[in-house]
Design a protein around this ligand. Structure first.
Ligand code: NAG
Ligand code: NAG
Ligand code: NAG
Ligand code: NAG
Ligand code: NAG
Ligand code: NAG
Length: 674
């Protein structure tokens, strides 16, 4: 079935652009739901004409691609500037937000818009899957909650505090806060058990291990006064705390937060955890707090003497012991309860849509992904994507089998080929989760969002939610290339209306890049082949350290894996595309060009590759980026990989001396395109 509906807001945008005779503005940015556009959508889909739609879609793609090109730049001198020269005019980075713009952001934005539209379709018990029905009801209850009277909302927040004790800032005038009855460790443990929030301490279960220690790193902003004021405002607005007390409390909370942050490190749970038995866990802090007790309350069971726990960031626990002793109990209590309540705040002064969609993203990440996956992952789309994957895999195999890979020992070569074959493509749509089971007997109260949120939090308080990916990745453990659902969206990277050149240049190179990472498994390499590999790697290291961006050289780096994967990817995808072209009937060749763009099919392939990496960054961000230097900047990725690739120079008729013609080319392998 042709899935035309979702494409139409895009079309409507396009039509406006064409009528205005201009390609300024954000072609891919999605308007917030607009009824006018929805009406249009209806009209076009009832009177569709595939030839017309196809023409329009190709014009759209052409207009988008042209809009980024800087025609004053020679492709052979700087292909990135040529492909992306006008991107910053169309998607400028700002001082504040966004400090960087790139294609991934546009993809994510369009994706979020689609998620929102799916959520906004009214729940239907007959046609919706059970879990989807519940999700939509949850969303509707969130939207509806805006109408809840303020006093009821406040009462509900007070009730949440009441589950765990009393918050000093909420004491009535003249009432004394019973500080003696307050046990901070017991309170944070119970909050964790009930709602899964890691306040002051973290507990995480991860593949049969229990980690306890530092919560997510807090990074205090530069303006502590603004932070204190915003806390004070929340205390007033959501809880009715009188202004003077709110400000005092806001300041105390901010100070405490800063103190706590001083002992925090940026470290993922699981990295460098220290193994402890319960006795060892308690010993260093035994005068101040008892971590065994904390773990036992959270897990709601006793620990055996010989059980092991992993301490996450031991230095933080040390720091915490000092902070706790130095902090008055009422400050500690206000901080803990504020952190708890902040999670349940509902901002009734702004449109509920954004906060409700965000809550859903946070609470139900897998189900939401799965919903979009089901909507957009129709058989035709999946088979299109799978087709590209197979062709990429096949060309990659060809690379390893051909003479340019003769420097590999027979054994290593076999191993690497086996690894390529084993690697699978997986679209990360969480299709293997039984959501019906997962959300069984989750009863939604249509008018009581806070109740629903509390219920859903308490159902999964010890489950760590997955982080949803928005770019392709390689998973070395399960040997698979993961493609996020966001990249399934039609009409961005690919569409059945676009030339295949676009599909191979974008999606194809992304997949080939990830597949290239499968070669990095050191266990597959024998010493002799590895020595050869290192020689080739040294060539890349030298070459990339001679590349310059904004007048500055890229620092020399031993980490060349990403650059090597880029170089392999462009060659493999190009080879696959050339093979596609060779098999194409000459009459079908017209589909491989775009209207108003006088690029040959092969040039179009390179253009769509180049434009995959268009970006803009503000000066400050750029500087920070070059200091950290975690990866090669986009522009240099494009320049580096293409200047090593002779086919690029041929297709654009570059001559020696052009910047895009590296005099000394680096490669692991080369492809044979004849
Ligand atoms: C055009 O509309 C008809 C009926 O509404 C539908 O069956 C068909 O799939 C649509 N064609 C395209 C190309 O979307
Ligand atoms: C910590 O708590 C556990 C369990 O409640 C208890 O067995 C242990 O003796 C306590 N440790 C110290 C040092 O008090
Ligand atoms: C801990 O001790 C119990 C009983 O003493 C034993 O059954 C269990 O296997 C031990 N567990 C470990 C991990 O050693
Ligand atoms: C990889 O798969 C292809 C096609 O399925 C097959 O021809 C080839 O022999 C396989 N290679 C290895 C090393 O398993
Ligand atoms: C999912 O779970 C439900 C309820 O446990 C069950 O009825 C259903 O058959 C399961 N679906 C699949 C595909 O396993
Ligand atoms: C490998 O060599 C064969 C025969 O020369 C050629 O047809 C094929 O395109 C080559 N494959 C690659 C990836 O270079």
């Amino acid at each position: 079935m042709e899935n035309i509906l979702p494409q139409l807001p895009f079309l409507a945008t396009l039509v406006c652009l064409l009528l205005a005779g201009s390609v300024q503005g954000h072609l891919l940015s999605q308007p917030t739901i607009d009824l006018h556009i929805q009406a249009q959508e209806q009209l076009i889909s009832q009177h569709n004409d595939s030839a017309y739609v196809q023409r329009l879609m190709r014009l759209a793609k052409s207009a988008e691609m042209r809009s980024y090109i800087n025609p004053k730049q020679e492709p052979c001198d700087n292909f990135y500037e040529y492909s992306c020269g006008r991107w910053p005019l169309i998607n400028p980075a700002n001082d504040a937000h966004p400090r960087e713009t790139n294609l991934e952001q546009l993809v994510v934005k369009a994706y979020r818009h689609k998620q929102q539209r799916l959520l906004e379709q009214p729940p239907n018990e007959e046609t919706d899957a059970e879990a989807v029905f519940q999700l939509k009801q949850f969303y509707a209850s969130c939207l509806f909650y805006r109408q809840t009277p303020e006093d009821l909302y406040r009462r509900q927040l007070h009730e949440i505090v009441g589950e765990f004790g009393r918050m000093p800032a909420l004491s009535l005038p003249g009432q004394e806060w019973p500080g003696d009855a307050f046990d901070w460790l017991d309170t944070v443990a119970k909050i964790k058990r009930r709602y899964g929030l890691d306040i002051v301490l973290l507990l995480q279960l991860q593949s049969d291990r229990t980690y306890v220690g530092q919560p997510n790193q807090i990074l205090p902003g530069p303006d502590s006064r603004a932070r204190a004021e915003s806390i004070a405002e929340n205390l007033e607005r959501h809880l009715g705390v009188e202004p003077k007390l709110a400000l005092k409390t806001g300041r105390e909370i901010t100070e405490f937060e800063q103190l706590l942050a001083k002992g925090m490190l940026s470290r993922r749970v699981g990295v460098l955890g220290k193994l402890r038995t319960p006795v060892e866990l308690d010993e260093p802090y035994s005068d101040i707090f008892n971590l065994t007790q904390y773990v036992e309350i959270v897990l709601d069971r006793e620990l055996a003497d010989n059980e092991t726990i992993y301490e996450h960031v031991p230095s933080y626990l040390n720091h915490l012991a000092g902070v706790v002793v130095a902090t008055p109990p009422h400050v500690l209590a206000n901080y803990i309860f504020y952190e708890l309540l902040e999670y349940f705040f509902y901002d009734r002064t702004v449109s509920p849509v954004e906060q409700c969609v965000n809550r859903i993203r946070e609470q139900f990440p897998e189900l939401l992904e799965n919903m979009v996956y089901k909507q957009y992952g129709d058989a035709a789309t999946l088979s299109d994507i799978n087709g590209v994957w197979q062709q990429i895999q096949r060309s990659f195999r060809g690379v390893l089998e051909n003479a340019s890979a003769d420097w590999l020992s027979t054994d290593t070569r076999e191993q690497l080929l086996g690894q390529l074959n084993e690697t699978e493509l997986e679209i990360n749509g969480y299709a293997n989760i039984n959501f019906t089971e997962k959300f069984a007997d989750f009863a939604i109260k249509p008018r009581d969002y806070l109740h629903n949120l509390r219920t859903v939090r308490s159902r999964e308080s010890l489950v760590t939610k997955p982080k949803i990916q928005t770019s392709a990745s390689y998973d070395p453990v399960k040997k698979r290339v993961l493609l996020p659902v966001a990249l399934l969206q039609p009409n961005i990277l690919w569409s059945r209306y676009y030339p295949r050149a676009v599909r191979f240049g974008s999606l194809g190179t992304l997949l080939a890049h990830e597949l290239a990472h499968s070669l990095e498994d050191a266990a597959k390499w024998d010493a002799k082949s590895f020595a050869q590999y290192s020689k080739r790697k040294a060539c890349f290291k030298d070459q990339y350290s001679r590349l310059r961006l904004h007048g500055e050289y890229l620092p020399e780096s031993d980490l060349q894996a990403e650059n090597i994967a880029d170089n392999l990817a462009i060659q493999v995808a190009y080879h696959a595309y050339r093979r596609y072209l060779a098999e194409l009937a000459s009459s079908a060749l017209v589909t491989e060009v775009l209207p108003l763009l006088d690029h040959t099919p092969r040039q179009l392939f390179f253009l769509s590759y180049g434009q995959l990496w268009c970006n803009d960054a503000n000066g400050q961000f750029r500087e920070k980026h070059s200091l950290l230097q975690t990866s090669t900047p986009n522009a240099l990725r494009v320049l580096g990989a293409l200047s090593n690739f002779p086919a690029f120079g041929q297709d654009f008729a570059c001559i020696s001396g052009n910047q895009m013609m590296a005099p000394k080319k680096c490669h692991l392998f080369t492809i044979n395109v004849d």
